[in-house]
Design a protein around this ligand. Structure first.
Ligand code: KDG
Ligand code: MG
Length: 402
C-alpha cells in the first residue's frame, strides 16, 4: 500500500481548523488535525512545502518509521509548528491503519481499558455570582467535573471568561488584542471563589482551575496551598512550564494536584516533571504532542511515575483530535480525564463526528479508524479568517504571559 497524495483543508466554521487528508492507492484516506490556534498558516506551509512531498510513495502502515522520519530525520526537530504537522501526519496514518484493518483506533492501541471517558467542561462567569450560576447549569447538563474560571474584581477582563455572555473562544478575529492582568488581585480572589463553589455544590463535583501560566513558583505554591481545603481535581499550568524545576517549590508546599503541558510538544518537556513526580496530569494533546505514536510513549513514561493523562481539548482542537483522543483515553491504563468544550453546532456541519456525550462521559462508536469525516464542500463555505490569541500585560504595561 502506498500514499499517493495528501492535501491540507483549511476552514473556519466559527473558528479556524486545519485538517490533513492523506490518500492511498487503495482508495482509503486518513484525516489528522493540524490546528495550531493563531498560527494555522505556518503549519499549512510546513505540511505543503516539506511534509507532503516527502510522504508520497511511502507505505502508510509504517507509522513508527514515518514518525521518526519527520522527527529525527529533520535536523530542526521539535517546536509547536513542526510537531503539529507531525501529529497530523501520524493521526491520519493511524486512521488509515484502522480503516485498512476495519477496526476502531482504540483496538490498535490496546483495546478498551474502560467503557467511557470522564470529561470536564468549562463554567465561567463575569463575577462570583454569575460563575456560581453557570456551574449549576453545567451540573444540570450532567457534567461530573467542571473547570471554574471567573472574572476577578478589579481586573477588566480575566482569562477564560466569555465576553458579553457569548460562547467562550480564546482567539479573536483580527490581530492580537491586549488584556491586562494583576496577580495579587487574582490570588486574593480565587480561594474565596472555590470556598463559595464548595458551599453551594458540595464535595462530589470535581473542580478544576486553570492559572494559565500566570504565577511564579512561589505565588503558585501559595495558591495551591490555599486551595487545598477545596480539594481540586487539578490546578492547571500554575507556572509557565519552561522552568521544570520551578514545580518543586509548589510540590513542597501543597498536595493540590497539578496538570501541565498544553503548550508542550515533546516527551523531553516532561522529563524532570515525570522523574521527580512534580505533576499529576499530562495536558499535552495528540494534536500538538506528535500524534498517537509519540503520545503512547509519553503516557507510558508518565504511568511509571503515577502520572495520568488529562488532554487539552479546547474548541481550537478539531473534532478529529477529540475523536482520536477518545480512542486513546479508552485504551491507555493511566487515563485521568479529558477536557471537553463542545464545538459550536456550525462545526458539526463540516465535521461528521462519531462520539456522544452522556451523563458526564464521552463514548465513541465502532467506525473503523478514528471515525470522523470532513465534508469538503461545506468546509469550502467557511474560508480561513485571521484570528489571534490575546497578548497580556500587567496593569503598568509590562508584557506578561497570557
Ligand atoms: O488556544 C489556546 C487555548 O486552547 C487555551 O487557552 C485553552 O488553556 C486552555 C484550556 O485549558 O483549555
Ligand atoms: Mg489551559
Amino acid at each position: 500500500m502506498k500514499i499517493t497524495n495528501a492535501k491540507v483543508i483549511v476552514c473556519s466554521p466559527g473558528r479556524n481548523f486545519v485538517t490533513l487528508k492523506i490518500f492511498t492507492d487503495q482508495g482509503i484516506f486518513g484525516l489528522g488535525d493540524a490546528t495550531l490556534n493563531g498560527m494555522e498558516k505556518s503549519v499549512v506551509a510546513y505540511l505543503e512545502n516539506y511534509c507532503i512531498p516527502a510522504l508520497i510513495g511511502r507505505d502508510p502502515g509504517n507509522t513508527e518509521d514515518i514518525w521518526n522520519y519527520f522527527y529525527r530525520g529533520v535536523y530542526w526537530r521539535r517546536g509547536a509548528v513542526s510537531m503539529t504537522a507531525v501529529s497530523a501526519i501520524d493521526m491520519a496514518l493511524w486512521d488509515i491503519k484502522g480503516k485498512v484493518l476495519n477496526t476502531p483506533l482504540y483496538n490498535l492501541i490496546g483495546g478498551k481499558s474502560r467503557k467511557k471517558v470522564l470529561v470536564y467542561c468549562h463554567a465561567n462567569g463575569k463575577d462570583l455570582d454569575d460563575t456560581i450560576e453557570k456551574i449549576g447549569k453545567e451540573i444540570e447538563t450532567g457534567f461530573k467535573a467542571v473547570r471554574v474560571q471567573s472574572g476577578v474584581p478589579g481586573i477588566s477582563h480575566t482569562y477564560g471568561v466569555a465576553r458579553d455572555n457569548k460562547f467562550y473562544e480564546p482567539a479573536h478575529k483580527g490581530l492580537a488584542q491586549e488584556e491586562y492582568w494583576d496577580t495579587s488581585k487574582y490570588l486574593n480572589f480565587v480561594p474565596t471563589l472555590f470556598s463559595r463553589v464548595r458551599e453551594n455544590y458540595g464535595d462530589d463535583i470535581h473542580l478544576l482551575h486553570d492559572v494559565h501560566h500566570r504565577c511564579t513558583p512561589n505565588e503558585a505554591a501559595r495558591l495551591a496551598k490555599e486551595l487545598e481545603p477545596y480539594h481540586l481535581f487539578w490546578l492547571e499550568d500554575p507556572v509557565s512550564g519552561e522552568l521544570q524545576e520551578g514545580l518543586r517549590l509548589i510540590r513542597q508546599h501543597s498536595t493540590t494536584p497539578i496538570a501541565i503541558g498544553e503548550v508542550f510538544n515533546s516527551i523531553y518537556d516532561y522529563s524532570t516533571l515525570f522523574t521527580e513526580q512534580l505533576i499529576d496530569y499530562i495536558r499535552m494533546p495528540l494534536v500538538h504532542g506528535g500524534g498517537i505514536t509519540h503520545m503512547l510513549k509519553v503516557a507510558a513514561m508518565g504511568s511509571v511515575y503515577h502520572i495520568n493523562t488529562g488532554f487539552h481539548g479546547a474548541t481550537d482542537l478539531s473534532p478529529v483530535n477529540l475523536a482520536a483522543s477518545i480512542h486513546f483515553n479508552l485504551a491507555v491504563n493511566n487515563f485521568g480525564i479529558q477536557e471537553y468544550m463542545p464545538h459550536q453546532s456550525i462545526v458539526n456541519e463540516v465535521f461528521k463526528t462519531n462520539y456522544s456525550f452522556n451523563d458526564g462521559y464521552l463514548t465513541i462508536d465502532d467506525s473503523p479508524g478514528i471515525g470522523v469525516d470532513i465534508d469538503e464542500k461545506k468546509a469550502g463555505l467557511y474560508p480561513y479568517s485571521v484570528a489571534r490569541l490575546p497578548v497580556n500585560r500587567k496593569t503598568d504595561g509590562t508584557l506578561f504571559n497570557w
